[in-house]
Design a protein around this ligand. Structure first.
Ligand SMILES: Cc1cc2nc3c(=O)[nH]c(=O)nc-3n(C[C@H](O)[C@H](O)[C@H](O)COP(=O)(O)OP(=O)(O)OC[C@H]3O[C@@H](n4cnc5c(N)ncnc54)[C@H](O)[C@@H]3O)c2cc1C
Length: 472
């Protein structure tokens, strides 16, 4: 975009600001980048503050990532775990939501640069800046794996994985050559953290339960599910005994668990691990994550993983008006780095909101941020979860009930809670899934030209149909 267009866009934005907020110029601007757990919590904590907030996210929705695996395994539909950010904040009058991608920060001019489909480098000024841009996948330097092993981070990823898993069964059913069924019906997951464990168990339940009676040429229950992890045991953030309980449950579900095994190679034929090739058409990456480029934008100190090192009040050293929170931030507590989990992100968002509120009210001093760990949980198939909270360790059905209650509570909107609750009961009782569709967003049928007669007799009152389809 040329400079003139950027300038006119900027002044448009300024005009909108002035119209929307008949507030004195002295009222500070708080720009929040990211409408995930951390950014949304910060915005909500500033609801009653005398500030003007601009929340920028590259998507139009807040995503409940802990249930992404249920979209990828067809239990839930994408709309059941995500809500438009502007709908969530519709009653918050001091907040404007902008959909756009932040591409950089100018600390001297105090502005961020925003890119949208038809505009680039639009500056948005701030008095306080909160960066909460989360993480991306990391293939540990093997970016070539991504083409064959999609990761699970966004709704688009979840739908892509759902398509891949469901299509494998469809292809096997149409494939007459029985020798080709093996690689079509082998699913390999790489990474034995909570996401890998939850996904592997959910695929096992899908094939052994939901799909078992629907195919004629193949037996879905014969599908092979392999879970690899380079670490010596699964669920490294849980105790040894819970990790063992999860492993046993996975094996009961028919998952082949291989701790201590890293993937050496991933290609169109499958995975090579410790010299052995596992032929598979469906490989899923559930291993590493890398932070967003916030550290580069700020030219700030980062940890080994690339997360921005922040002070105990979550500010960036040397920049008292800039905060980095959630998965993008690196902070040690009691000698250990805080984990990249939703609770840390939400608590940090609330803390920063409160700190800015106090500062604007002329109150100085707030205790350093301290994470209150409510515990870890992971679900391992139908009716089984593991929970660790302080000294409490639990596995089995009761843990699963607690897991379900906590996840329902943290969904962003009451409507989603009801819809997910009903769907879970239905799936639990009948085994039927909520959204078992293969949706190929890249394939849009071209419109057929109609004969002139038919076109002229078509009802003229019918509005034109406009579809916006994005595979991102
Ligand atoms: C599959 C999966 C399962 C998980 N399960 C659990 C679980 O069970 N329990 C748990 O506690 N945690 C879980 N987590 C981790 C948890 O979701 C994260 O810790 C949490 O989302 C971090 O919140 P955040 O706000 O820092 O980042 P996010 O929630 O990732 O939000 C970041 C936001 O920033 C936006 N953004 C990024 N870059 C830009 C940019 N340049 N411009 C504009 N917007 C941008 C993104 O669109 C996104 O909305 C899971 C994560 C994944 C991926």
């Amino acid at each position: 975009m040329n400079q003139a267009k950027a300038a006119s866009m900027h002044s448009e934005l300024e005009l909108t600001r002035e119209r929307k907020y008949a507030m004195p110029e002295s009222v500070p601007w708080v720009v929040i980048v990211g409408g995930g757990f951390a950014g949304l919590a910060a915005a909500k904590a500033l609801k009653k503050a005398a500030v003007r907030i601009i929340l920028i996210d590259r998507t139009n929705h807040h995503l409940f990532q802990p249930l992404l695996y249920q979209v990828a395994t067809a239990v839930l539909a994408p709309g059941q775990i995500s809500s438009p950010i502007r709908e969530i904040l519709r009653r918050q009058k001091n907040t404007t939501v902008i959909m756009g991608e932040v591409t950089g920060v100018d600390k001297d001019q105090r502005c961020v640069f925003v890119k949208s489909p038809d505009r680039e480098n639009v500056p948005v000024k701030y008095d306080y800046l909160i960066l909460a841009t989360g993480v991306r996948h990391s293939y540990f330097g093997h970016d070539q794996f991504e083409k064959f092993a999609p990761g699970l981070k966004s709704l688009a990823n979840a739908v892509e994985i759902r398509n891949k898993v469901l299509r494998a069964f469809e292809q096997a059913e149409t494939e007459e050559d029985v020798s080709r069924h093996r690689d079509l019906l082998t699913f390999v997951l790489i990474g034995g953290g909570p996401t890998g464990v939850e996904m592997a168990a959910a695929i096992a339940v899908l094939v052994r339960n939901s799909l078992r009676s629907e195919f004629r040429r193949i037996d879905p229950t014969s599908a092979r599910i392999v879970l690899l992890d380079a670490a010596p045991r699964l669920l490294g953030s849980f105790s040894e005994s819970l990790s063992q309980a999860a492993k046993k449950q996975l094996e009961r579900l028919g998952v082949e668990v291989r701790p201590g095994h890293a993937a050496d190679q991933i290609d169109e034929k499958g995975v090579i691990v410790a010299g052995e090739r596992i032929a598979s058409k469906t490989v899923i990456w559930t291993a590493g994550v890398a932070p967003s480029p916030a550290g580069k934008w700020l030219d700030a100190e980062t940890d080994r993983a690339g997360r921005v090192r922040v002070q105990r009040d979550l500010r960036v050293p040397g920049n008292p008006e800039i905060f980095v929170i959630g998965d993008t931030a690196s902070l040690d507590q009691d000698g250990k780095p805080l984990p990249g989990v939703a609770q840390v992100a939400m608590q940090q968002g609330r803390y920063v909101g409160k700190l800015i509120r106090r500062r604007i009210a002329g109150k100085n001093g707030q205790r350093p941020f301290r994470y209150f760990d409510k515990g870890n949980m992971a679900v391992v198939g139908k009716g089984f979860a593991v929970i660790q909270s302080g000294k409490l360790q639990m596995s089995g059905f009761l843990a699963w009930l607690a897991w379900a209650a906590v996840h329902l509570e943290f969904l962003a909107q009451p409507g989603l809670r009801i819809s997910v609750f009903v769907q879970w009961i239905w799936t639990f009782v009948t085994g039927q899934r909520g959204s078992r569709l293969i949706v190929d967003h890249t394939r849009i049928e071209p419109a057929k030209s109609r004969p002139a007669m038919a076109a002229s007799t078509a009802p003229s009152s019918q509005p034109p149909v406009t579809a916006v389809v994005s595979s991102k």
